[in-house]
Design a binder for this molecule. Structure first.
Ligand code: URA
Length: 270
């Protein structure tokens, strides 16, 4: 008979790498079915963090889901605008419950690095290592990113590194448009508070979310594109391949290297 370690390995091989509860839960059993429970928005005048009534709520009808996502986006924008420092924003993000990814993640992975950084690097979402350690880009792709930064004379700690989503999507699946929309105000506020001189976007998801377009990363990289904050500041942005993609496709490293060199050159001209 297999011992418990072998059983765990078997689960991990099958892609089950998260434990949601101590006991198995049959979501299909009749007694576990719940009525729809859309998110609730506090209507008071000062912005309050949105709380969902239940993490295990059944998927509501599409219109209700869209409405609750819309409320969550409005709520995120409101609470983010009220945050006057990165510390306040981090506290708000940790209390925010308008994105269901929060309930399957171990940590809320806020941005890391210098609050006065010249360069802000933006990835997609925490992976398993980031979720365990609570910091962005600390796994294999983070190690490659750190090496590429060092090669252009930048230390990780001198930059500000963050993601579009602060919570790991289960099994590293691609985030949905709704999840990106709810989390975007947190990223936009980080940009406004850090006010970097350059934004460097890692991968197509980050580039599309920040630049609000649907172009492929192959077409976006290699150009400087202006990003405009809500208070009118224009920050030049460069996009490149995601380090995880470079680990899988090392033949693209030469192009990524030329993007990093361009960043180095542009920074030296500021
Ligand atoms: N991939 C990302 O996009 N972000 C991380 O923080 C780690 C891996």
């Amino acid at each position: 008979m297999a011992d418990s370690e072998e059983i765990l390995q078997w689960y991990i091989l099958g892609g089950v790498d998260e434990i949601y509860a101590d006991e198995p839960y049959n979501a299909l059993a009749a007694e576990n079915k719940r009525p729809c429970e859309p998110a609730v928005v506090n209507q008071s005048r000062s912005p309050q963090v949105l709380y969902q009534t239940s993490a295990a709520a059944q998927r509501p009808a599409t219109t209700l889901l869209a409405q609750s996502n819309n409320s969550a986006c409005n709520n995120a924008r409101e609470v983010c605008a009220a945050a006057q420092s990165l510390e306040e924003l981090k506290a708000v993000m940790e209390r925010f419950e308008g994105c269901s990814l929060k309930f399957s993640a171990n940590s809320t992975v806020f941005g890391y690095g210098s609050p006065h950084a010249d360069v802000m690097l933006i990835g997609e979402a925490p992976g398993a290592d980031e979720d365990m350690q609570g910091k962005p880009f600390v796994g294999r792709s983070g190690q490659l990113l750190t090496k590429m930064l060092a090669a252009i004379g930048l230390k990780r700690e001198e930059c500000y590194i963050t993601n579009i989503l602060p919570w790991r999507p289960p099994g590293n699946r691609t985030p949905t448009n709704g999840e990106v929309a709810v989390c975007l105000p947190f990223l936009q506020r980080q940009i406004e508070l850090v006010r970097p001189k350059y934004i460097f976007l890692l991968g197509g998801s980050a580039a599309n979310a920040v630049l609000d377009n649907a172009e492929s990363i192959s077409r976006l990289r290699g150009h400087v594109i202006d990003y405009k904050t809500s208070d009118g500041l224009i920050i030049p942005a460069l996009a490149s391949f995601h380090p995880a993609y470079l680990l899988r496709t090392p033949q693209q490293k030469a192009k990524a290297w030329s993007d990093f060199l361009r960043l180095q050159r542009n920074l030296s001209e500021i």
